[in-house]
Design a protein. Sequence first.
Length: 228
Amino acid sequence: MFGLDLTFLDWDIIRKFVLGGFWFSVQLTVVATLGGVLVGTLLALMRLSGKQVLMLPATIYVNGMRSVPLVMVILWFFLLVPSAFYTYLPDGANHRAEYSAFITFIAFEAAYFSEIMRAGIQSIPRGQVFAGQALGMTYGQNMRLVVLPQAFRNMLPVLLTQTIILFQDTSLVYAIGAYDLLKGFTNAGKIYGRPEEAYLLAAVVYFVICFALSWTVKRLQARIAIVR
């Protein structure tokens, strides 16, 4: 009816064009999530430290990153960082776009994870913090042993939801030529003359993956709520 022909995407085509891009998208999502949570936690602790010398740069960084579109940050880093920087990385000359995507996503997502972490830390009753202080714990010990374990549990559904959004955002690396999931479908569609079918299948794949992950997060959130 609409002139679509999906038979061109057999397993050989998917293996040749799509799987490599899918693997890069997964890698980028996992690395950006882990790196973003780590850097975001440090930023959140800086903003909650009560020390102006730590609060001010963390606040400027978080608000600045959250005020700029991700695709602009990707382009800035890719175009403005000298090529010589990538020569210090393994095979950096041939994978400049991929390395640029990893670094940019970690730096950008850290600002969003920072706000999630800060909200989670502030959700812990102050009485528990005071109890830790009464036991002689330092600020670092209190955070590591009392506050952060509970905060991570409270924030887990939100962190996973942000990770799903991050996976969707990986498609923006097309702007710098990185080979992600969407790029794989795009190349297959161009080579075999079926761009409409390729984009349609890409949308279906993104929907299935994100819907399955969202359903898992809802189940996890319900289970945590029952435990409480």
